[in-house]
Design a protein around this ligand. Structure first.
Ligand code: ZN
Length: 274
């Protein structure tokens, strides 16, 4: 992230704070990116200490949607998978044994995560805001990060292995890489997420080695042109994990773990001057 970009974020935050306080801000109060005064730099430092994600733009993709099952004609429309095959626009997703759907889980975690990220200064963009529609299609979800100029994309899912003994979270990245953001940058992001989920006490997948899966067939990841990871946060048919997923506290814990992963990853990339 560049300094100019960080400063833009700071100014946007200041502007929002002033607006929230009911103060008018003349356009002339917003300087050009490259001529920040010392005061502004100091203000930036003061703000970033409590809002470490200021200036970062984070795209969240809650998997699936509530309307997919009721409009299979639309949901099954073929779209490119981002390589040389076709995929259905968007699948219905899975559910727990009691019928709690993946699309509701992913949206709730994404919204909790958005609140957490925004509290720390990030700008957060979601591929969908409710459970009422069909899609967006997986190609659109993948392009989303670049379309909204996000720094990274986190696609949130839960897995639906039929056996209740299947357990654990894993992260997926596109492989082989077909863009600069795939390969190492995305694997790096995935590893930050795996470590954060592990540290938070969630169980790494018992079937995916290292909890990291590399796949060529996921359009959401193939189309991404920013570091992107898909998280399968757990197995919805596993009794312990489904209990977590069905509880607000459990979903908050998932969101917090992902937040910690974002903090670790952004901290590392800030130090590298990206
Ligand atoms: Zn899914």
């Amino acid at each position: 992230m560049t300094t100019a970009r960080a400063l833009r974020g700071v100014l946007a935050g200041l502007l929002a704070a002033l607006l929230a306080a009911g103060l008018a801000v003349p356009a002339a109060a917003l300087p050009e990116d490259d001529d920040a005064t010392t005061e502004e730099v100091v203000a930036q430092r003061a703000l970033t200490s409590s809002r470490p994600l200021l200036g970062w733009r984070i795209a969240l993709d809650p998997g699936h949607n509530g309307g997919n099952a009721d409009d299979l004609a639309a949901a099954n429309q073929p779209v490119s998978d981002g390589r040389d095959a076709l995929k259905p626009c968007n699948s219905t997703g899975t559910q727990t044994v009691t019928g709690y759907p993946e699309y509701a889980f992913t949206l709730d975690v994404a919204k909790r995560l958005r609140d957490d990220l925004e509290r720390l200064g990030a700008t957060v963009l979601l591929t969908r805001e409710d459970d009422d529609g069909v899609g967006p299609c997986v190609d659109v979800r993948g392009r989303f990060a670049e379309d909204v100029d996000a720094d990274l994309l986190i696609s949130i899912h839960a897995n639906g292995t039929a056996s209740p003994s299947a357990e654990g979270f894993f992260a997926i990245v596109a492989s082989p890489a077909i863009s600069a953001s795939q390969g190492v940058p995305s694997i790096d992001l995935a590893e930050a997420m795996i470590e954060a989920l592990d540290d938070a006490g969630f169980t790494p997948s018992t079937t995916v080695e290292g909890a990291l899966s590399e796949r060529a067939d996921l359009a959401t990841l193939n189309f991404a042109r920013r570091p992107a990871v898909m998280l399968e946060l757990g197995e919805m048919r596993n009794p312990d994990e489904s209990e977590l997923m069905e509880s607000g506290e459990g979903r908050e814990a998932y969101a917090e773990a992902i937040l910690h992963g974002v903090l670790a990853w952004t901290d590392k990339h800030d130090q590298h001057g990206e």
